[in-house]
Design a binder for this molecule. Structure first.
Ligand code: SF4
Length: 454
């Protein structure tokens, strides 16, 4: 049995792609290992959303040069977005790299590895496909890790936000046939999965690319009907595709969890215009207002870029203002980093000094920490249902799970509750997570034995 080590960078899409890589290479009898020293095959699944991510790739590959010299026959490969972006250049710059595979070519890995093993070749596969079939089940046993599972429903993006490299490295939008998505979720539910996270660079434009497919709200309605499934989540969305039908789905589909990740990026119309986001601050807020009208307890998260090209103090102040106005439960915030092949790098100078970018990012995070802490404290004393995911990393004897509003809750309790929907009382809060206590362990144990919800 050969050993496979994968190092994954970036988003949940990449994490799920790494699960698919393990699945597809299982056909060549590769089994995952946690240490590169024990591996026969090392793969880097890369992300190129930010400059730092790219640098990490070259330093990781540099670290493995010695391993390659020590271990005869060790194969090293790179995939994901930096591989798609750099292609041949990666093989030229890293002589000890054996193969490069792009974002549409995971299914090609078995034959590429065999080419290295048998011919000593250095294959490279970067093609983009026009049909979604490359996203289908590559054979081998699906990877189920606990009660939650990722399901890719589409890939690529037809938007052209000026700062974003995704359309360049993931291609145009392609949606998987809904029948394949439904079949996959049924199989996962039969394997004990209770919650699915639907993945795509722009999930809420699912089915738009003229495939005669279901719309995203229609797909959600079908998934909501799957027996045994308890919860549905999805990421990532674009505000312009937050349709009235999708808002209505939050009010009507009982399994659709009350959480939406809706990247705003900036609170300033002039910055949104330079970013080519395709909406104004007012239009974005209007959608948030409608959503909260139909689903009052919805939790919201977003992405914020600080220090975009030309961002003035006044424009930045509007970003802080929108954080005050919306009061997100959580944000992901970054400094602007120019990416190759994007419109912004061609049109605008990266003229906000690094220290100003960092100071603005710190202001955003300070403000959001206050908001998250205050909102989390409001849930102390309330009772929440969590899906127990397993042992907590924080403390022995503690288990961890998520509320329907995507809040992490840690409670003292038996790991046998993993995979169960459990009611807890919230007893404490920090900006990033909650503390809770199990409502009644004894009654719970008997309910569980009877296979019910505790
Ligand atoms: S919608 Fe998202 S993935 Fe698409 S170009 Fe804009 S930022 Fe990138």
């Amino acid at each position: 049995m050969k050993k496979l080590y994968i190092q994954t960078y970036g988003c949940q899409m990449n994490q799920h792609d790494s699960e698919r890589i393990v699945q597809v290479l299982g056909r060549l009898d590769y089994q995952p290992t946690d240490s590169p020293e024990h591996a026969d095959l090392i793969l880097l699944n890369t992300c190129s959303v930010r400059d730092k991510a790219e640098q990490k790739v070259y330093s990781a590959l540099g670290r493995w040069r010695d391993l390659k010299e020590e271990k005869r026959g060790l194969i090293i490969g790179a995939g994901g977005c930096v591989a798609q972006q750099e292609g041949e250049l990666l093989l030229r710059r890293v002589p000890h790299l054996d193969l490069v595979f792009g974002t549409h070519n995971i299914h090609k890995l078995p034959e590429m590895v065999e080419q290295v093993e048998t011919l000593g070749a250095r294959p490279i596969e970067l093609a983009f496909y026009r049909e979604p079939s490359y996203m289908e089940d590559p054979g081998g046993k699906p990877q189920v890790h606990g009660p939650r599972a990722f399901v890719t429903i589409m890939q690529g993006c037809n938007n052209v936000c000026s700062f974003c490299i995704v359309p360049y490295v993931r291609g145009r939008e392609l949606s998987r046939p809904s029948r394949n998505i439904i079949r996959e979720i049924r199989e996962l539910t039969r394997s004990g999965v209770k919650e699915v996270m639907l993945l795509g660079q722009n999930v809420n434009s699912y089915g738009k690319a003229g495939s005669g497919e279901l719309t995203f709200p229609e797909l959600l309605t079908r998934i909501n009907g799957i027996e045994g499934l308890e919860r549905i989540r999805f990421t990532t969305s674009h505000p312009q595709d937050l349709s009235p039908e999708l808002i209505e789905a939050y009010a009507t589909l009982e399994k659709l969890c009350e959480h939406l990740h809706l990247p705003v990026q900036s609170g300033s119309d002039s910055v949104l215009h330079r970013m080519r986001r395709g909406y104004t601050r007012e239009a974005y807020l209007e959608k948030i207002y409608r959503l909260r009208e139909r689903c009052p307890n919805i939790a919201l998260s977003t992405d914020i870029i600080a220090g975009f090209a030309g961002e003035t103090e006044a424009e930045f102040a509007e970003t802080l203002a929108i954080l005050h106005q919306v009061e997100y439960d959580e944000i992901y915030s970054f400094v602007y980093s120019p990416r190759p092949h994007t419109a912004a790098v061609k049109l605008y100078r990266d003229d906000v000094p690094q220290e100003v970018k960092k100071e603005r990012l710190a202001q955003v995070q300070r403000l959001q920490n206050e908001i998250s802490l205050r909102k989390n404290r409001q849930s102390v004393g309330t009772v929440e249902e969590i899906l127990v995911e397993g042992p907590s990393k924080l403390r022995r004897g503690q288990i961890t799970g998520r509320t329907r509003t995507n809040k992490i809750v840690n409670v003292m309790g038996p790991t046998m509750l993993s995979g169960s929907l459990t009611r807890v009382r919230i007893t404490g809060a920090s900006a990033n997570s909650l503390l809770g206590e199990l409502l009644k362990v004894s009654a719970m144990a008997s309910t569980l034995e009877a296979g019910g919800i505790a």
